[in-house]
Design a protein around this ligand. Structure first.
Ligand code: KG4
Ligand code: ZN
Length: 343
């Protein structure tokens, strides 16, 4: 695969798989012309988690205006695009239907190619966005996808060539942060609140387990850690200390898993992190030291769900000649291993 994609025209990308409504336009070389994200967090906060029905309705309400806005900011009409790409899975089915249907409608109406993007592939390829790093990491590289819904370690070997090296046996790491935070009375989503609380605590004051540490492979498990947090809270231990111990435990586990991943893919050129949890500075520091590989962390707005990554994955496949029919349906489950290179 060439370093830069070679589509001549810009691509519109749409993301609606969870609780971020997002649209972006990239030029044919992958440079961002316009991007917009509407985060629904406030709408879900009082329920303590993402409510699929509310998410789908919010996408429906916001998406058309968001698409109009990015096209306007890019100074482009639909007819000037080379294609429309939308996340078609994995994710919450209501939101996926909203995004994919709008993308298909726009593509059909303007006579443009449509591309159904795998959300995980979009996260996996973000590190190769032109201009993001001094040079895009050459294949193969390791990806740690750390979000509220996903927790996987993936060998990224090329466009459409992914090997999952490990995944969580129970909760995703962001889910563990959110549950631990909730046990300490912090608002949802709890990750950033827990990180702030941990800054004032002493991790050594509370003994928490480090699940799967030292075990072969790079699977993850966080439910036991969550139970241990619940017990520490019940004992009345200081929340700041519990938060610090929890974060230290997750950091140690992630570093250990990253080392194992590197052993499984010694030819890896970099360790890339993505997902909302990648914003955590203690975790980043632990991962930076875990292996001799350069740690590549895209900026926060490209780590969390966004449409730039969707447009980019779409662009790479469109540039390789791939197109999808209107019959391609959104899929709540769509593992990375089911993907293949374009064509
Ligand atoms: O990628 P993301 O925005 O959405 C999906 O889950 O798809 O990730 C959100 C998750 C939440 O669980 C949130 O608590 C967590 O990322 N998160 C953090 C931090 N910032 C966000 N976890 C730990 N430390 C943070 N600073
Ligand atoms: Zn995501």
């Amino acid at each position: 695969m060439p370093d830069a994609p070679v589509l001549l025209k810009p691509v519109l990308g749409i993301e609606t798989s969870c609780d971020e409504t997002a649209a972006a336009v990239l030029d044919g070389a992958g440079h961002v012309l316009a991007e917009a994200v509407f985060t629904q967090a406030e709408e879900h906060a009082r329920f303590g988690g993402v409510v699929p029905e509310i998410a789908a309705r919010a996408h429906l309400q916001r998406l058309p205006a968001l698409v109009a806005r990015v096209l306007d900011e890019a100074g482009l009409g639909l007819g000037e695009l080379g294609g429309v790409a939308a996340t078609a899975g994995p994710g919450l089915i209501g939101g996926l239907i909203v995004g994919a249907s709008l993308a298909k409608g726009l593509a059909l109406g303007a006579g443009l190619p449509f591309l159904a993007v795998n959300h995980l592939e979009a996260h996996a390829l973000t590190a190769r966005l032109p201009g993001l790093f001094p040079a895009p990491p050459p294949f193969p590289y390791l990806l740690l996808l750390l979000s509220g819904g996903h927790c996987q370690c993936v060998a990224v070997e090329g466009l459409g060539r992914y090997r999952r090296l490990g995944t969580t046996l129970d909760d995703a790491v962001g889910e563990a942060f959110d549950k631990a935070a909730k046990l300490m009375g912090l608002p949802w989503p709890g990750g950033p609140h827990l990180e702030r609380l941990a800054a004032g605590g002493d991790a050594r004051a509370v003994a928490l387990p480090r699940p799967l540490l030292g075990r072969p492979g790079c699977d993850f498990s966080f439910s036991g850690l969550k139970t241990a947090v619940a017990q520490a809270v019940a004992k009345g231990l200081p929340h700041a200390d519990i938060a610090a111990a929890f974060q230290a435990s997750v950091a140690a586990v992630l570093a250990d898993r990253a080392r194992h991943a590197h052993a499984l893919l010694p030819e890896a050129t970099a360790l890339v992190v993505a997902g909302g949890v990648a914003a955590n500075r203690a975790l980043r520091a632990a991962l930076a030291e875990a292996t001799p590989l350069p740690l590549l962390a895209p900026p926060q707005r490209l780590c969390t769900d966004n449409a730039v990554m969707v447009a980019f994955a779409g662009l790479l496949r469109l540039a390789a000649g791939e197109r999808h029919g209107m019959e391609v349906a959104p899929r709540p489950r769509w593992p990375l291993e089911e993907l293949a290179p374009p064509g």
